[in-house]
Design a protein around this ligand. Structure first.
Ligand code: ATP
Length: 257
């Protein structure tokens, strides 16, 4: 198994077990899987993926390959997992190109390391793919929400890891970029059987398009996990969101059918 959580407990207290947000959950991710974590606001989705990426302390086990995540250095995790969180961790004023290049530096020893020709090639490709070439010299502090989101996606993809963790990747994106993002993800999946995606999506339709497996969270516990075909028709989806999701979607999309 590529990534395995066993009896995972985490939160924001002094110790992981003090007021935990994630309350003793276990699941595994196989190489090549596409997993969407779904659940109502505040159920712990972001907390879970931050912890998977080594950003929060935890009790229990998270095994990446054959190593315990808490024993790995940030740099070693960054070689295997790239993460795009909802709110970015960059507060300095970098240009678009510098920000995307940070994806290349994340796992080097020196943050201001010298970019080699492979780094430059990958960054150029990411800038092209996310429609950022024309604004590569702009300060990120001057960008719109959607432009900024595309910069962070480009940075994540430039990190070039087999596992990507995305928190709300289509937030702020207009329909054209949502559609381009989905086809980019699908191409990325085709590039290698090793490419594995773990994502948090508020838009269930996007989750269903991207994922083959769902993890439904409620109040920090796993309500159900399994194939999307299995779960989409189940009572668990209704339980996870406290609403009849299927009926709601049918009503929402009735204008188009
Ligand atoms: N930095 C923090 N310090 C303390 N509590 C936090 C922190 N971040 C989140 N929480 C709390 O942890 C709980 C779970 O939050 P989390 O962001 O993981 O939920 P979520 O499922 O991703 O929510 P949403 O769908 O609204 O994005 C919430 O009660 C939240 O208030």
């Amino acid at each position: 198994m590529l990534l395995e959580c066993k009896n995972l407990i985490c939160g924001y207290g002094k110790k992981p077990g003090e007021n935990p947000v994630i309350k003793d959950i276990s699941f595994g991710v196989n190489e090549g899987e596409n997993i969407a974590i779904l659940g109502a606001n505040g159920c712990g989705k972001t907390t879970l993926i931050k912890t998977l990426a080594g950003m929060l302390p935890y009790d229990g086990n998270i095994i990446l390959g054959d190593r315990e995540v808490r024993n790995l250095k940030r740099k070693d995790i960054a070689k295997k997992i790239s993460v795009m969180m909802q709110f970015s961790d960059i507060y300095f004023s970098y240009t678009v190109e510098e920000t995307v290049m940070l994806g290349r530096y994340l796992y080097s020893n020196n943050v201001f390391g010298i970019a080699n020709s492979r780094d430059k090639e990958i960054v150029d490709k990411s800038l092209r793919e996310y429609g950022l070439e024309d604004i590569r010299d702009r300060q990120i502090s001057q960008l719109s929400g959607g432009q900024l989101q595309r910069v962070f996606l480009a940075r994540t993809m430039a990190q070039d890891t087999d596992i990507i963790i995305l928190d709300e990747p289509t937030n702020h994106l207009d329909l054209k970029y949502q559609s381009e993002f989905l086809s980019f993800l699908s191409d990325w999946k085709k590039e290698s059987k090793k490419h594995t995606l773990i994502g948090v999506f508020h838009d269930i339709n996007i989750a269903l398009e991207v994922a083959d497996k769902l993890i439904l969270l409620k109040n920090g516990k796993i309500l159900a996990d399994g194939s999307k075909e299995e779960l989409i028709e189940s009572k668990y989806l209704v339980d996870a969101f406290d609403i009849d999701v299927k009926q709601y979607m049918k009503k929402q999309y009735s204008h188009w059918i």
